[in-house]
Design a protein around this ligand. Structure first.
Ligand code: NAI
Length: 219
């Protein structure tokens, strides 16, 4: 299968991790074959949505057979680039930075953590799961020397742009940004923002809406 998916919409791409997660659960339960209807019931997308999504990548199912779970899982993993190893660093070794470093899941999917960086002298020299916390002043030389591909920003927002500049100058290809700030980077660098509070505010909105609807019904 070719690797030119440039025409595939981001809406489809953003659904792929969910397919990947459900297929992993199926494999863990030793389910090796699944119909599109059953997959649809599990994931909550319509069967036609699933067919359309997977057709963007050449289609995987067979009429009358459904999907081979392992093949689909592996192919989606490849499309997501999970068949390679990425070198990463975390900048900001506070609550969030340490939580990410402590989470074994990312390593399992090929995101290898080479170091954490902080400006707090109390943290510098400590280790999280055998991984050193270094002085942030060394970030550029470390990234260059170890050819780090991904920087994970877990600093306060006030310093996040400066950190992003240092990371991009030193050659990272991607930034996973947790600071609540839309950082600016050169065109050839990819940023994926995780603004948890935005997601929380959507939950708040939906709860608020539901309450308003119920109150209106009671009137
Ligand atoms: P924290 O205060 O526990 O950790 C921030 C760390 O960044 C500290 O260790 C601090 O010494 C370090 N730091 C400050 N300036 C630095 C610099 N110039 N270079 C390197 N390190 C520097 O904060 P927390 O809770 O871990 O949050 C980190 C970021 O992630 C914040 O921007 C926050 O808004 C965001 N965030 C946090 C969430 C959470 O659940 N804790 C959730 C979503 C986002």
């Amino acid at each position: 299968m070719g690797r030119d998916f440039t025409d595939v919409s981001m809406a489809v791409v953003r659904r792929l991790p969910k397919y990947h997660r459900y297929l992993k659960d199926l494999l863990d339960k030793e389910v090796y074959r699944i119909s599109s209807r059953e997959l649809s019931r599990l994931i909550g997308f319509t069967a036609s949505q699933i067919r359309q999504d997977l057709n963007c990548f050449g289609g995987f199912g067979q009429q009358g057979y459904g999907y081979n779970v392992e093949e689909l899982y592996n192919e989606i993993g490849k499309i997501l680039g999970l068949n390679k190893i990425y070198s990463t660093v975390i900048i900001g070794a506070g609550n969030l930075g340490q939580a990410i470093a402590n989470y074994p899941h990312f390593v399992k999917y090929g995101f290898k953590l080479y170091g954490l960086f902080d400006s707090n002298p109390k943290l510098i020299g400590m280790k999280i799961r055998d991984i050193n916390i270094y002085d942030v002043d060394a970030i550029e030389s470390f990234v260059e020397k170890n050819q780090i591909e991904i920087g994970i920003i877990c600093t306060p927002k006030e310093v996040a742009q400066d950190i992003a500049d240092k990371l991009t100058n030193a050659g990272v290809k991607g930034i996973w940004n947790f600071a609540p700030l839309d950082i600016k980077v050169p065109d050839d660098v990819i940023v994926e923002n995780v603004h948890l509070s935005e997601s929380l505010f959507i939950l708040s909105y939906l709860l608020h809406e539901k309450e308003a609807l119920e109150a209106a019904k009671r009137k």
